[in-house]
Ligand binder design. Structure first.
Ligand code: PMP
Length: 354
């Protein structure tokens, strides 16, 4: 069936995103989407941009959006790169900063797109085992390597590595780039953005998909030293000049102008996360400490796969991976209070049914 495919295409095992059901209504707690709508300012900006000027190409340099991002994060526009979702930004990081000769390091349990990017670009990598509590050991990152990628907070565990830990890794690797993927940072973790002016080898990647409720708009960004941002532009402009469309540029700017909305919705999610975690613990679940908009949970008496299937039958989607070390865990996105009540009622039934 792979006739006409290139050898590279034949060799790939693509990333599989969480299900986006089309048939029936589910409570969707499987892809870490935000349960609240985007800021009204984002929606108004998108509506205003849906006009005659769509016949024109968008600004290939995304200057206005980078200026607003710069003002928001205390950086110069030259220290900012934007892309079509942080997946694209991460893919460009793998191409811009890593070479096949030296392995890229990332944890064994982390965002499963990293090994896919490495394979796509013919890079080698080493997976650093997390400890039994899913904490990241620092020693392996002190050995020579060709670059580091860390999701912080990590996915799917939700665990946060301290900024002190990030600094240790940055200082041990002055000749390699350290990419910190902060897709979930706004839900209560500490951002490494404040380290950018001190470390020329640091790239911080964030997204509008989670805390700004704009997964459908596809906007991600990288922040770092101008030299690193120039490398990202060099690769991007060898691939696609117009990665962000006019609606995405406008909507992202609108969202950034409404920091109050971001704070309010992120706080709500943190509150709901704490309530859900305590209810699940009462039901006997082991709940990993999460600084993200999801919980990573396991039950000593009920297999995660059975919980996944039982929840699905009750109209609730969560995420499960058939992978070593985590096959008895579920990742549950934090939704609204009502959605999490429904989840906890369903898990209570499934646990009692044992
Ligand atoms: N990084 C991590 C750790 C993620 O979980 C995700 C979402 N799947 C992404 C990056 C990509 O998000 P997006 O492309 O929507 O910005």
């Amino acid at each position: 069936m792979k006739k006409y495919w290139s050898n590279r295409a034949r060799s790939l095992t693509p990333y599989v995103p969480g299900e986006q059901p089309r048939d029936r209504q589910f409570i969707k707690l499987n892809t870490n989407e935000n349960p609240y709508p985007p800021s009204p300012m984002a929606l108004a900006a998108i509506r205003a941009a849906a006009c005659d000027t769509l016949r024109l190409y968008p600004d290939p340099e995304c200057t206005s959006l980078r200026e607003v991002l710069g003002a928001t994060y205390g950086l110069k526009p030259e220290q900012i790169f934007v892309g079509n979702g942080s997946d694209e930004v991460l893919a460009l990081c793998f191409q811009a900063f890593f070479d096949p000769e030296r392995p890229v390091l990332f944890p064994d349990i982390t965002y499963s797109f990293y090994p896919v990017f490495a394979d796509l670009y013919g890079l080698t990598y080493q997976e650093v085992p997390l400890d039994e509590n899913f904490a990241l050991p620092l020693e392996p990152f002190l050995e020579p390597n060709g670059g580091v990628v860390i999701a912080n907070p990590n996915a799917p565990t939700g665990r946060e590595l301290s900024l002190c830990g990030i600094r240790t890794i940055l200082e041990a690797n002055p000749d390699a780039v350290v990419v910190v993927d902060e897709a979930y940072v706004d839900f209560g973790a500490h951002s490494a953005v404040e380290l950018i002016d001190r470390y020329p080898n640091l790239v911080v990647v964030q997204t509008m998909s989670k805390s700004r409720s704009l997964a459908g708009l596809r906007v991600g960004f990288a922040m770092g030293h101008e030299n690193l941002i120039a490398a990202l532009n060099c690769v991007k402009n060898s691939f696609n000049s117009y990665t962000l469309d006019r609606l995405a540029l406008a909507g992202a700017e609108g969202a950034l102008r409404d920091q109050d909305y971001l704070q309010a919705t992120a706080m709500k999610i943190q509150y709901t996360r704490a309530c859900t975690a305590s209810q699940l613990k009462q039901q006997g679940f082991i709940v990993t400490d999460s600084a993200a908009n999801f919980l990573f949970v396991s039950h000593p008496d009920v297999a995660a796969k059975d919980l996944l299937d039982g929840l699905r039958q009750r109209g609730i989607l969560v995420r499960w991976w058939d992978k070593p070390r985590i096959s008895n865990y579920l990742r549950i996105t934090v939704g609204t209070d009502e959605e999490m009540q429904a989840l906890c009622a369903a898990t209570a039934e499934l646990v009692k049914g044992r």
